[in-house]
Every structure is written in structure tokens, then in C-alpha cells.
Design a protein around this ligand. Structure first.
Ligand code: COA
Length: 259
């Protein structure tokens, strides 16, 4: 049982709802610790095939790291906070072999925008707003935002958003490539589930390799092309590859086992 999260598992889709609506779902220590444990569940629970991260209430997805916890931090404390968050939550989400999607239902600011960006892709409600306003606090993003925002929307626009602290609405976020779809708020989670149900009909090992290969594209110290060749070859040893190719040739629907 979590204190700061609501979780729900239906049809293999694990929905994690950050539940501090009176504080705009800000990421305090407890939320970070519990998110880390919830992502461990995604990794470890075989019944979970994919996950959605969203926020409770109508106003916020997550309005950032909890600013009240910044007051007493110095250089070392700030760096430790960022490192712990990156290791225990943000990088763990990005490297999950199971798809994790952000359903952004309101403000996604600072650490909230970073949380959404750590997910494999993002969908948003019509009223969602994205931004990295850390400069207003004399800070910069610390949960990977300088890197992931640049990867997602390009250097010039990322520079401008992080220098000005400006917010962008859902439609602009979509045109920038930050979100894939914009849905009416009432349909946000059900439409996200529909996408994940579709992914759930595909070969899970192949989906996991797509995630790993696409993540490689953002790393300068690995050869993503070579890793793609290696993982492509590995697919040929799987039962799912036999099933998928046979099903196509036999003109029937494939039934994948994740083996
Ligand atoms: N950390 C801690 N508390 C936060 C918070 C954050 N990042 N964001 C919002 N809250 C709290 C507010 O302090 C307020 O608490 P209170 O009711 O005890 O005073 C409550 O959530 C509601 O926020 P409020 O500012 O009153 O709502 P609003 O609708 O007027 O504004 C925002 C919404 C999101 C625009 C505004 O809260 C905001 O700018 N938040 C900070 C965003 C930010 O800088 N994030 C980056 C952090 S590194």
C-alpha cells in the first residue's frame, strides 16, 4: 500500500496515479521513494504488461519537485537529490522493458515535465501545460530535463523553454513533438489504455528491444546501429518470431507468449 500513489492493475495495464492533489502532486521524498517501488513492481510483476503514469485531480500531472524540500539543501544535497531521483525513478522508467506512458492531465512543470519525458511517450489532456520553470528559482532541471527535452524537441526550442521558464499548452507540445496525442480530459486515461492494449497484442520481447534500441539513439557512448543488429538477431531465436512469421504466412492472427 502506498501513501502518495494510487495504483490499479486491469487487463495487464498498471496505472500509477500520483496522489497529492492539494500540493499539485509535487514530487517530495515520499513520492520519489514510492514511485521507485512502483516501477520495481512494473519490472518484477509478471501480470503487469505496461504502465501509465498520471496525476490525481483536475489541475496537475505533477507541478515539479517539492520546492519546500529545497530550502535546506546545499551543493552536495542538491546533487544527491538529483542523482537519487535519476537513478531510482527517471532512468528506471526510461529503461523499463515494459512500455510506460505518461498521461499528462494538467500542469507538467519542472520534475513533472521531466517525469513525463522519462516515459516512453506522452499523451496529454487538452488543458495540459508543460514547462521547465527552474530558472525562476535560480535552478536548472536535475532529473534529466536538460538532456531529454533537447532530445525530444531540439536544441533551440529546448534552450528557449529552459531559459525563459515559459509554459506551452498541449497543442503546442504536440507540434513540438513533446506529446503524441491530445485528448479531452475525460477520455485521457481510456485512450491511453487503448494504445497500450494495442501494444499488448504485439510480441513483448520485440517491444522491449524497440525500447532498448530507441533509447540507444540518445546515448553518445554506445553504437545504436550495432546494438540494433545484435537485438535484431536475438529476435530470431524467440518463439514469438516463429509465431509472428508463421501467423502472417498462414493468414491468421499471431498469439504471442513473450518467449
Ligand atoms: N512544490 C511544492 N508545493 C507546490 C509546488 C511545488 N513544485 N507546486 C504547487 N505547490 C503547492 C502550492 O505551494 C500550494 O500549496 P498551499 O495550498 O499549501 O499554499 C498548492 O500546491 C497549490 O498551488 P498554487 O500555487 O496555489 O496553485 P495555482 O493554481 O495558483 O498555481 C502552479 C499552479 C502549478 C502554476 C503553481 O503552483 C506553480 O508555479 N508551482 C511551482 C512550479 C515550479 O516551479 N515547478 C518547478 C519546481 S523545481
Amino acid at each position: 500500500m502506498y501513501q502518495t500513489l494510487l495504483t490499479d492493475l486491469q487487463e495487464g495495464i498498471f496505472t500509477i496515479t500520483i496522489n497529492r492533489p492539494d500540493k499539485m502532486n509535487a514530487l517530495n521524498k515520499d513520492v520519489i521513494n514510492e514511485l521507485s517501488a512502483a516501477i520495481d513492481e512494473v519490472y518484477g510483476n509478471e501480470e503487469i504488461k505496461s504502465a501509465i503514469i498520471t496525476g490525481a485531480g483536475e489541475k496537475a500531472f505533477v507541478a515539479g519537485a517539492d520546492i519546500s524540500e529545497f530550502v535546506s539543501l546545499d551543493n552536495k544535497g542538491g546533487a544527491e537529490l538529483a542523482q537519487k531521483g535519476q537513478d531510482s525513478v527517471f532512468n528506471k522508467i526510461e529503461n523499463s522493458a515494459k512500455p510506460i506512458v505518461a498521461a499528462v492531465n494538467g500542469f507538467a512543470l519542472g520534475g513533472g515535465c521531466e517525469l513525463a519525458m522519462a516515459c516512453h511517450f506522452r499523451v496529454a489532456s487538452e488543458g495540459a501545460k508543460f514547462g521547465q520553470p527552474e530558472v525562476n528559482l535560480g535552478l536548472i532541471p536535475g532529473y534529466g530535463g536538460t538532456q531529454r527535452l533537447t532530445q525530444l524537441i531540439g536544441k533551440g526550442k529546448a534552450m528557449e523553454l529552459m531559459m525563459t521558464g515559459d509554459m506551452v499548452g498541449a497543442d503546442e507540445a504536440k507540434s513540438l513533438g513533446l506529446v503524441n496525442h491530445v485528448f479531452p480530459a475525460a477520455e485521457l486515461v481510456s485512450k491511453t489504455r487503448d494504445i497500450l492494449k494495442k501494444v499488448g497484442t504485439k510480441a513483448p520481447l520485440a517491444v522491449a528491444k524497440v525500447i532498448a534500441c530507441v533509447n540507444d539513439a540518445a546515448k553518445c557512448d554506445v553504437n545504436g546501429f550495432a546494438n540494433e543488429v545484435k537485438r535484431f538477431g536475438e529476435c530470431f531465436d524467440t518463439e514469438d518470431k516463429k509465431e509472428g512469421t508463421n501467423a502472417f504466412l498462414e493468414k491468421r492472427k499471431a498469439i504471442f507468449k513473450g518467449k
